[in-house]
Design a protein around this ligand. Sequence first.
Ligand code: NAD
Ligand code: TYD
Length: 336
Amino acid sequence: MPMFVVTGGAGFIGSNFVRLALAQSPDLRIVNIDLLTYAGNLENLAGVPEDRHTFVRADITDPEAMARAIPPNADALVNFAAETHVDRSILCPLAFVRTNVLGTQVLLEAARARGAKRFLQVSTDEVYGALAPDDPPFTEDHPLAPSSPYAASKAGADLLALAAYRTYGQDVVITRCSNNYGPYQVPEKLIPLMLSNALEDKPLPVYGDGRQVRDWIYTDDHSRAILAAATRGRPGRVYNIGARNERYNIDVVRGILRQLGKPESLIEHVTDRPGHDRRYAIDSRRAQQELGWRPETVFEEGLARTIRWYRDHADWWRRVKDGSYREFYEKWYGGR
Ligand code: NAD
Ligand code: TYD
């Protein structure tokens, strides 16, 4: 029976990957390690087959806990666990260095000690920094030039993973993906924040002029790419993952309002994010050629599906928006 260890599998993309991988491979087992921070939610895993999914609550920065939690000889350890929100990284960078840099190093060592056959590091296009309007999309050879503490901590993790490949011959594969959207995303990121605020007739805080560009990919497409890289990727290789859906933020926000039948007067331009990257765009030809993967979801269809999900799952995001989320929202948006 094939077996994967997944970390961060109660978060947005990790839980999507767990559901998708278990559905696609009927004999696969997954051990899912997650600390359940504010971003982790066991509700995201409701309905996954219990006989093939084991959940362990533990911190990836704790070497003893990882030695206990990681079973021997896994086919792959797929590391999703991370602090992931750029705005939080501006308020509290140390948490990002701890989980994203230290945590990845602890996992690399634990994976080696436990005989994991492959280490897949789930990374981001943000490690490349920003593009100018006419630049070609990022290829894997683009220099690392991260802007935010989040992006810098992910770049640090990538470098540690590549160092483990070169120094110890550890089988490491890295995927760098563009901005994801879809069900179960914490409503602090652009699309679910705008959606949930619009559904509650609250202001939609657009940073600066809203003319920043992001390259959007539906979560299922990202999860399928990770599965392909975990099984077919070449050791020591980086694969960019993206769907060539570049959009201005303001157009995404207007599209959401249009689909919900809400007025544009809800848009509120607020002070820009410090160090805000103007544009991301990703060239995923290597992944398409070497992994036999390609994105399948057209942005407008994926967005419509996502909007329906948030409209039908108000209980889910209302619960997430209670509690500690409120404290962050007040700190970040209050007085902007
Ligand atoms: P998320 O914030 O929704 O989930 C992160 C998960 O990691 C949560 O379940 C959380 O509880 C867990 N976690 C955090 N710290 C932990 C720790 N110390 N020990 C164990 N678990 C811990 O994030 P996401 O959007 O699902 O992103 C998953 C991965 O994909 C991250 O590595 C992120 O950098 C990468 N990524 C995300 C995007 C995106 O658009 N969301 C794009 C490219 C890459
Ligand atoms: P985000 O979802 O935080 O992803 P990232 O910064 O990792 O790309 O933000 C996506 C874009 O939306 C980014 O350009 C910042 C912008 N944004 C806003 O304009 N307002 C907001 O309230 C948020 C959270 C993001």
